[in-house]
Design a protein around this ligand. Structure first.
Ligand SMILES: *[C@@H]1O[C@H](CO)[C@@H](O)[C@H](O)[C@H]1NC(C)=O
Ligand SMILES: *[C@@H]1O[C@H](CO)[C@@H](O)[C@H](O)[C@H]1NC(C)=O
Ligand SMILES: *[C@@H]1O[C@H](CO)[C@@H](O)[C@H](O)[C@H]1NC(C)=O
Ligand SMILES: *[C@@H]1O[C@H](CO)[C@@H](O)[C@H](O)[C@H]1NC(C)=O
Ligand SMILES: *[C@@H]1O[C@H](CO)[C@@H](O)[C@H](O)[C@H]1NC(C)=O
Ligand SMILES: *[C@@H]1O[C@H](CO)[C@@H](O)[C@H](O)[C@H]1NC(C)=O
Ligand SMILES: *[C@@H]1O[C@H](CO)[C@@H](O)[C@H](O)[C@H]1NC(C)=O
Ligand SMILES: *[C@@H]1O[C@H](CO)[C@@H](O)[C@H](O)[C@H]1NC(C)=O
Ligand SMILES: *[C@@H]1O[C@H](CO)[C@@H](O)[C@H](O)[C@H]1NC(C)=O
Ligand SMILES: *[C@@H]1O[C@H](CO)[C@@H](O)[C@H](O)[C@H]1NC(C)=O
Ligand SMILES: *[C@@H]1O[C@H](CO)[C@@H](O)[C@H](O)[C@H]1NC(C)=O
Ligand SMILES: *[C@@H]1O[C@H](CO)[C@@H](O)[C@H](O)[C@H]1NC(C)=O
Length: 650
């Protein structure tokens, strides 16, 4: 949509003369530009690569490789993933032995057991991690979990800790705010949460006290005034328009997010998601495979339902296992003009469309939700009215989506693909169908995942705590013969039961008893956000956090993951290990160790249902509040409003 770019360029001026309304202009210094200059070559070597052929945000044409890219049916894993899995599954064996041994299952020799099945991919536990959406709350709570699971985190391999689970995992999926977390870790060369949290001189990553609507601050690499910041964003998005690609509000959103998520000048405009596959640690199978999840939304509609087609991004591909689209495109080439699965012989290929920030933005197109939220918020009515009309206009123009045009699946699978006759593919926030935990890539039977640690930071209740809604949605979808296409999912009770039994307040295992399953399905270890040391239920629409509050919420997520360093249950690390081994024990006919049986008695949902309407859910601190979070800065929504109004006024 052409109008937005010039509007944003002019916004720069608007911002300057209304500094007190929108933002405070910031200054720059020669020193920071010097840091920038020094950092550039390092960045090229060390991270997700800035390999867009245009050298910037815009995609550009390249000669097609001799083996021209094609769209494939979803009847198998890609050759790339299959080859990668050979490496990765082997590379998880030693970390798994080390981790299981530390989790210390009484009377069980993890080393002997795993060594006995190390060459048998079916019997060897196959672990997936999934971090839900929910804006910065989800990023931070999810980060606490990943920090706890990461053996590189300080003290995470001490007794009572669970560090090393990440190193033993095959897949890590993220969606929306959880997608920012996963995307930020992977585009920064699999940085640890601690490193991203603590930052480094000259880096702006994870500086959440800088509202993304205002731009970076302080001693960041790209010290721009807010005006320069928006001009930069607008110019980048214009460059994509000028190259002939339709853009949408998601392009600005993704660019703005990138300043906080990608540790490179201007948020790394030339970084692509497919470049993750070229990183040495990924290519060698040394780290898990990341996925981001999005939903497709039919053009000119606002409804995203459970039967919407779900799409996954991996470093290799974009596509869907659903019986509708049922196809995958090579991610590196998704900007190419595919028709009926091939790039016409007279056309060049396009690279750089899968810009990393754009992919993260696609999974988190929150603008629909902002619209809904505004009705209930304390934004002044006059601003609300203007915003509502603007946002519904954008909706009407079909522009609050991420536009994938050309549609890689054009004229492919004509009979079933809902977008087969459309030149554009419109993708939205992966949580909009209610499946806010990105389980989709991990429950595909072809991937044979045995256990999924499902970290839920959803804001389901009035107070922004989860209540199982996301698991209920995935369960419902698995029951619909028209859309499930072979996916099975453990039985999940209703949300009232979650609240009444406290299943949303402490970890619970679903699907322990495989004889109750309708098909092969992983064990789900559900890990809901709950207050341990701070109120981690901040609103999805709070866009600013001081460092103290950020760190406390990350720490809270760490306590959630470890049950307060195993102080709430000294057997919790053992129980996590038992969850990992559960399917494997069954496949190999191994007697379940007594310690594990006790864990399953304690953590497996046993089928009890209590669907009576619960009272208001007001959880109390499981450990005790650590003070220092301060007040969330007010006015975030007002500044969102101001920027959007500004965009439309000029
Ligand atoms: C973490 O695990 C990896 C893979 O097993 C190992 O190479 C590395 O040395 C471990 N790091 C720490 C700090 O334990
Ligand atoms: C480990 O690698 C070998 C050799 O490539 C392969 O045969 C085996 O299947 C792999 N193991 C797993 C668990 O994937
Ligand atoms: C790690 O443990 C040591 C010793 O208990 C403690 O002094 C230190 O503060 C801990 N570090 C972190 C980051 O928790
Ligand atoms: C950011 O990039 C710089 C320059 O490459 C590097 O020195 C620093 O460690 C990075 N910081 C983080 C938090 O990744
Ligand atoms: C199952 O999905 C189909 C196709 O999308 C839809 O028409 C139908 O309403 C769904 N059924 C249920 C029970 O939700
Ligand atoms: C999806 O299901 C809804 C009912 O839940 C139905 O109204 C709609 O037509 C279905 N869409 C498609 C494309 O099947
Ligand atoms: C999944 O959908 C595809 C395409 O519609 C179909 O060919 C395939 O048989 C389905 N698989 C299962 C297990 O239902
Ligand atoms: C496999 O991965 C490589 C490296 O990312 C890429 O060049 C190639 O196009 C991929 N092939 C397919 C079919 O996706
Ligand atoms: C799909 O339909 C279009 C339009 O009718 C046609 O041009 C195209 O060849 C068809 N695709 C396939 C794979 O048959
Ligand atoms: C696309 O167009 C072709 C040819 O007109 C038609 O056969 C097919 O049903 C259409 N597909 C969809 C999903 O509308
Ligand atoms: C659970 O969350 C859903 C989604 O927000 C909400 O509609 C429902 O009322 C909640 N139920 C309970 C018991 O919290
Ligand atoms: C791998 O393990 C499975 C499950 O225990 C077993 O059925 C299969 O025979 C094993 N395969 C090999 C080659 O040992």
């Amino acid at each position: 949509m052409k109008v937005l770019a010039p509007a944003l360029a002019s916004l720069a001026t608007f911002t300057l003369c209304n500094a007190n309304v929108v933002a405070i202009p910031r200054h720059s210094s020669a020193e920071t530009y010097a840091v920038d200059a020094l950092a550039a070559p390092l960045a090229a070597i060390k991270r997700g690569l800035p390999n867009s052929p245009s050298g910037g945000y815009s995609p550009a044409s390249v000669p097609c490789p001799a083996n021209r890219p094609t769209i494939r049916n979803a009847d198998s894993l890609s050759a790339n993933e299959t080859a990668w899995l050979e490496l990765r599954r082997n590379a998880t064996v030693d970390p798994m032995i080390s981790w299981l041994s530390r989790m210390n299952i009484s009377g069980f020799d993890a080393s002997t057991y795993i060594n006995g099945i190390r060459n048998n991919a079916t019997a060897l536990p196959n672990i997936g991690l999934a971090v839900s959406g929910g804006g910065y709350r989800a990023l931070m709570n999810g980060a606490g979990f990943l920090a706890a699971a990461d053996n590189r985190t300080s003290n995470a391999t001490n007794t009572g800790q669970i560090g090393g689970l990440l190193q033993a995992s095959t897949y890590v999926a993220g969606l929306s705010g959880g997608g920012w977390l996963v995307g930020s870790i992977y585009t920064n060369n699999f940085s640890s949460v601690e490193d991203l949290r603590d930052g480094s001189k000259g880096s702006d990553v994870w500086h959440f006290s800088n509202n993304i609507l205002e731009g970076p601050d302080g001693d960041g690499i790209q010290l721009l005034s807010t005006a320069d910041y928006w001009t930069t964003l607008a110019n980048e998005v214009s460059s994509k328009e000028d190259a002939g690609f339709n853009t949408s509000i998601t392009d600005y959103w993704g660019r703005a997010l990138s300043f906080q998520l990608v540790n490179a000048t201007d948020g790394g405009p030339a970084y692509t998601f497919s470049s993750i596959a070229l990183q040495e640690n990924f290519a060698s199978g040394s780290i898990p495979m990341p996925f981001l999840v999005s939903d497709s939304r039919a053009p000119y509609t606002t409804i995203v339902s459970l039967n919407s087609t779900v799409f996954e991004f991996s470093p290799f591909e974009l596509g869907s296992w659903d019986p509708t689209t049922y196809a995958f495109a090579p991610l590196q080439y998704i900007g190419s003009n595919f028709s009926a699965g091939v790039v016409p012989s007279d056309e060049e290929c396009i690279e750089g469309f899968d810009q990393a920030g754009f992919v993260m933005g696609t999974s988190s197109t929150l603008f629909n939700e902002v619209l809904i939220e505004l009705n209930a918020s304390s934004v002044p009515t006059v601003v609300q009215n203007v915003l509502n009309s603007i946002l519904s206009d954008i909706g009407f123009d079909n522009n609050d989506i991420a536009q994938y045009q050309p549609n890689p699946f054009y004229h492919f699978n004509n009979a079933t693909n809902r977008n087969a006759n459309s030149t554009e593919l419109t993708l939205v926030d992966g949580g909009e169908d209610g499946q806010n935990i990105p389980l989709y890539p991990l429950i595909q039977p072809i991937r044979q995942v045995d256990v999924i640690f499902a970290v839920d930071s959803s804001a389901d209740t009035d107070n922004h705590w989860p209540n199982g809604t996301s698991l209920v949605a995935t369960y419902q979808r698995s029951l619909n013969a028209t859309v499930e296409n072979g996916t099975a999912f453990p039985s999940i009770p209703d949300q009232n039961t979650f609240v009444n039994l406290g299943l949303n307040n402490h970890p619970t295992f679903f699907g322990c008893n495989t004889s109750n399953l309708t098909g092969p399905a992983p064990l789900i270890v559900y890990i809901p956000n709950a207050p341990y040391i701070t109120q981690s239920n901040v609103s999805t629409y709070d866009l600013e956090y001081i460092d103290t509050q950020r760190n406390l919420i990350i720490q809270n997520g760490y306590e959630v993951a470890t049950l307060a360093n195993a102080t709430l249950d000294s057997q919790w690390p053992t129980c996590m290990a038992c969850a990992v081994l559960s399917r494997s024990f069954e496949k190999t006919g191994t007697t379940v160790p007594t310690a594990c049986q006790q864990c399953f008695d304690r953590y497996c949902w046993n089928g009890t249902v209590d669907s009576s309407t619960p009272g208001s859910y007001e959880p109390t601190f499981k450990v005790g509040e650590i003070s220092g979070a301060g007040n969330v800065r007010v006015g975030t929504l007002v500044s969102v409003a101001a920027v959007i109004v500004a965009m439309l006024l000029v």
